[in-house]
Ligand binder design. Structure first.
Ligand code: GCU
Length: 717
C-alpha cells in the first residue's frame, strides 16, 4: 500500500470510530458508551459475566439488553455462562424461570406483579447481583434499572433495590394521523409508517418499545384523539397488530382511539346513540374483531363531544352512557376505556375553566368498572402554568387518570429548551386537601386517596420520525421524565434530570451540575417570557406559535387570548373568585378559600384567578405592571444564562449534539425576546403605564408584531 492509500485508510478508520458520527441522539438514554474503568472500577468487578436465562421472549429481551448494555459499557463482550463461575456474575429471571433464583433470599413480595428487586447475593459461593421479578416484564424493568445504575456510575455492591410502579397504566398517547401528520408534533412525521405496515417493520419500532420499557411505559395509543374511524377497519387493525407484535416482548400494549360515530361511518348505521341496541351490537362485534387481531389489545381512548368530535351528547346521552357502552364491549376481554374529560362547548357561556368539572362531577360513580376518566393536568389546556384541575379529588368513585402533554405545543415547540418534569411535579405535589392536608394529586391518581381499582398516567407523546426522536436532544428528557413519574409520581424531577443527563450526555461533574441546574430552571423561564403571573393562552391562533395576546375576534370566545387575559385600562387577569366565574369554588374549601382571595393566591397564579389593577402592589414592592415587565425580562435573561451555561460545555459533549443544542438555544433567545417585546407592547397599549426605569423598549411597534403570520407553522390540528 502506498503512503497515500495508507493515509486514506487511517483517515477512514478514524472517521468510522469517531463518536461524533454516532451521536445523533438516536440512542436516547440507552447510550451504552464504554465507561472509563479507572474512574469507575465497580464496573470491572461487578459485572464479569451474565448468567443466561431461558424462557419467554420478554426474558430473552431482558438478557439481550443486559448483554448489549454491559458489553457496551465495559467496552468488550460480556461472558455469558450457565451458572456463576466467579464473583461479579449477574443473574436474572423469576423464581419460576430459573432454579438458581429459587433458593435465593429475594423477598419478592415487595415487588408486586410488575416490579423487581436488584440484590447483591452469594450464589455457589460467588458474590453476584440478582435481578428478579414476579413477572417477566418485572425482570425486564429491573434489567433496565441495573443498567441505569452502571450508566450513572452507582456502586454495584450491597445492592437492595426494590421498585414497583405506583400506577397500572403508564401510557403514551400519540396524536398521530393515518397520513403520518402528527397533531402538535414537532419532530417530523409519525413513526408509524402505516402505508408500509404490516409488511415492513421498521427497526425503530423495536427501539421505541425498548425505550418505553426502559422507563416503565406499558401502553401506547397509536392514533390521534381526533380520531379517524378508518383505524378500526380490518386493513388498519392488521397494521396495528403488527406493531403490537413488536411491542409485546417489551410489555407495551397497543390501544386505539375510537371515533364515536364509527358505527355510522363504518357500519352504515343511522345512529351512534349509545343506548341503541344495534349500535351496542356493532361495537361489541368490532371489539371482538379487534381482539382476534390483537389478543392483548389494551382498549380505547376517547375524545367525545369536545372540539367538534362526535359523542353521546349528540343523542342527548351523557359521557357515562357513551363510555359504558364501549366498556361493556371491552370488559369480556379485560379491555379498558380511557374517556377524556377535556370538554368545553361553544354554546356554553360558563367559564371554560369550569366546564369539565360541571359535566363530569355529577357523573361520579356512574361509570363502569373498566372506565377511567382521563383528566388534563390543568383546567384548560397544557399551558406553561395552570393550577391543578379541580376534578382531582372531586370524583372519589371514578378512577381519574392524569393526562400530561410531553410534546411542547404551548412551550415553544421542539426548539425551546423546557424540561417539563418540574411542571409535572408541581401538579402531582399539589394538595387538593379533599381529605385533609397531604391529599396530593399524586395520591388521587395512584389510588391511595380513594382506593381506585384502576390507576394511570398518560403523556401526549413528543415522538416523531426525526433521527433524535423528539425534535431536540433535550426534549428526550421529557419522554424519559414522564415514564419515571408515571412509575413513581413522587420521584424528584431533579433526580430524574440528573439520571437523564448522566445517561444521555456525560457523568463529568463539571457537566452534570450546571446542565441539571439549567434544565431545572428552564420551564420557569418559559413561563416568564410567555405567560407570567398566571396568564394563559396568549399564543398565536391555531398553530400556537409565538405571541398573539391581541387576538379577540375568533368565532368561539374561548379561542381568543383576550378571553383569558381580560386586560383593559384598569388591570389584567380573569376573575374566577366568587365575584367572577367562581371557578375557585370547584376546589375543596381550604384550597378554594386560598384561591378566592387575591391576597392569598400565590402570585404565580394571580392572574389566572383574579383581575387586578395595574397598580396593585406585589410582594417585590413593584406594581403589577412593573412586575409583569420584570417577569418578561427575567424570562429572557434566564434564556441568555442558559446559553452561557451551554457554551461553557463545548468539549464535554460531542460536537454534533453540542451544535444543535447551541443553535436551538439561540432560536429560543430570539423567540423569548419576541414574546417579551410583543406582550409588553400590547399590554402597554392598554395599561398606558411607562416602562419601569431601565426596561428596554420593545424592538418593534405593536403593529409589527401583529402583522406576523405563520401559515406553515408545524403541528397544526
Ligand atoms: C388542544 C390541542 C388540540 C387537541 C386538544 C385535545 O386543544 O390544541 O390539537 O386536539 O388539545 O387535547 O383534544
Amino acid at each position: 500500500m502506498n503512503h497515500r492509500l495508507l493515509w486514506l485508510a487511517c483517515l477512514a478508520a478514524v472517521s468510522f470510530s469517531c463518536p461524533a458520527t454516532a451521536e445523533d441522539g438516536y440512542d436516547l438514554w440507552l447510550r451504552y458508551r464504554a465507561a472509563d474503568t479507572r474512574e469507575y472500577s465497580a464496573l470491572t468487578s461487578g459485572v464479569r459475566e451474565l448468567v443466561t436465562v431461558s424462557g419467554s421472549e420478554t426474558l430473552k429481551v431482558a438478557q439481550g439488553e443486559l448483554a448489549r448494555g454491559i458489553s457496551g459499557l465495559v467496552g468488550a463482550p460480556v461472558a455469558q455462562v450457565a451458572a456463576p463461575t466467579q464473583s461479579g456474575a449477574v443473574l436474572l429471571g423469576t423464581p419460576r424461570s430459573s432454579p438458581l433464583l429459587a433458593g435465593l433470599p429475594l423477598a419478592l413480595d415487595r415487588a408486586g406483579s410488575e416490579g423487581y428487586v436488584i440484590r447483591s447475593v452469594i450464589v455457589n459461593g460467588h458474590a453476584a447481583t440478582v435481578i428478579a421479578g414476579n413477572s417477566d416484564v418485572g425482570v425486564l424493568y429491573g434489567a433496565f434499572h441495573f443498567l441505569r445504575l452502571i450508566q450513572t456510575r452507582q456502586a454495584l455492591t450491597g445492592l437492595d433495590v426494590v421498585s414497583r410502579p405506583r400506577t397500572q397504566l403508564r401510557i403514551l398517547d400519540h396524536w398521530d394521523n393515518l397520513d403520518r401528520h402528527v397533531e402538535r408534533g414537532y419532530s417530523g412525521q409519525s413513526i408509524w409508517d402505516w402505508h408500509r405496515l404490516p409488511g415492513w417493520l421498521e427497526p425503530r419500532y423495536t427501539d421505541y418499545a425498548r425505550a418505553c420499557a426502559s422507563i416503565g411505559v406499558n401502553g401506547s395509543v397509536l392514533t390521534n384523539v381526533n380520531a379517524n374511524a378508518t383505524s378500526l377497519t380490518p386493513a388498519y387493525l392488521e397494521k396495528a397488530a403488527a406493531l403490537a407484535g413488536v411491542f409485546r416482548p417489551y410489555g407495551v400494549r397497543v390501544y386505539l382511539t375510537a371515533r364515536f360515530s364509527a358505527p355510522i361511518e363504518l357500519g352504515g348505521l343511522k345512529t351512534a346513540d349509545p343506548l341503541d341496541p344495534a349500535v351496542r351490537a356493532w361495537w361489541k362485534a368490532k371489539v371482538d374483531e379487534i381482539y382476534r387481531y390483537i389478543p392483548d389489545f389494551g382498549g380505547f381512548l376517547v375524545k367525545a363531544n369536545s372540539e367538534g368530535q362526535p359523542g353521546p351528547q349528540d343523542y342527548k346521552r351523557n359521557h357515562a352512557d357513551g363510555a359504558n357502552m364501549l366498556a361493556e364491549a371491552l370488559a369480556p376481554h379485560d379491555g379498558i376505556v380511557m374517556w377524556r374529560a377535556f370538554v368545553y362547548s361553544s354554546e356554553k357561556t360558563e367559564d371554560r375553566a369550569r366546564q369539565a368539572y360541571s359535566e363530569f362531577v355529577p357523573l361520579d360513580g356512574k361509570f363502569a368498572d373498566n372506565v377511567l376518566v382521563q383528566v388534563k393536568n390543568g383546567p384548560i389546556d397544557f399551558q406553561p402554568r395552570e393550577p391543578f384541575s379541580p376534578l382531582f379529588g372531586a370524583m372519589p368513585k371514578t378512577p381519574l387518570m392524569m393526562e400530561f402533554q410531553i410534546t411542547k405545543e404551548y412551550l415553544g415547540f421542539a426548539t425551546h429548551l423546557a424540561y417539563l418534569a418540574p411542571l409535572y411535579e408541581e401538579v402531582l405535589d399539589a394538595d387538593t386537601m379533599v381529605a385533609g392536608k397531604g391529599s396530593t394529586v399524586a395520591k388521587v391518581i395512584d389510588g391511595a386517596l380513594h382506593g381506585y381499582k384502576l390507576t394511570g398516567m398518560a403523556g401526549v407523546a413528543n415522538i416523531g420520525s426525526d433521527r433524535n426522536w423528539s425534535g431536540s436532544h433535550f426534549d428526550q428528557a421529557n419522554w424519559f421524565a414522564f415514564g419515571r413519574l408515571a412509575w413513581d409520581p413522587d420521584a424528584s424531577s431533579q433526580a430524574i434530570a440528573e439520571d437523564w443527563v448522566r445517561m444521555t450526555f456525560s457523568n463529568d461533574p463539571a457537566f452534570v451540575k450546571p446542565v441539571v441546574d439549567m434544565m431545572m430552571g428552564s420551564r420557569e423561564a418559559v413561563v416568564d417570557y410567555m405567560t407570567p403571573l398566571g396568564l394563559a393562552h396568549l399564543m398565536g391562533t391555531g398553530h400556537h406559535y409565538g405571541p398573539a395576546p391581541w387576538v379577540g375576534d375568533l368565532s368561539r370566545p374561548e379561542w381568543n387570548p383576550a378571553y383569558y387575559h381580560r386586560a383593559d385600562a384598569s388591570g389584567i387577569g380573569f376573575e374566577r373568585g366568587p365575584g367572577g366565574s367562581n371557578a375557585t369554588a370547584q376546589y375543596s374549601p381550604k384550597v378554594a378559600a386560598r384561591y378566592a382571595d387575591p391576597k392569598k393566591t400565590p402570585e404565580n397564579l394571580l392572574l389566572w384567578f383574579h383581575h387586578v389593577s395595574w397598580d396593585r402592589r406585589m410582594t417585590s414592592g413593584r406594581t403589577l405592571w412593573e412586575e409583569l415587565v420584570h417577569r418578561y425580562d427575567h424570562g429572557v435573561e434566564a434564556v441568555r444564562q442558559m446559553r452561557r451555561t451551554w457554551d461553557t460545555q463545548s468539549g464535554r459533549v460531542d460536537p454534533e449534539r453540542f451544535a444543535q443544542v447551541a443553535a436551538f438555544l439561540a432560536i429560543q433567545e430570539q423567540e423569548a425576546k419576541w414574546w417579551r417585546d410583543a406582550c409588553i407592547a400590547y399590554f402597554q397599549s392598554l395599561s398606558k403605564r411607562p416602562l419601569p426605569p431601565g426596561a428596554e423598549p420593545p424592538a418593534h411597534s405593536l403593529e409589527y408584531y401583529q402583522s406576523l403570520k405563520f401559515p406553515y407553522a408545524p403541528g397544526r390540528g
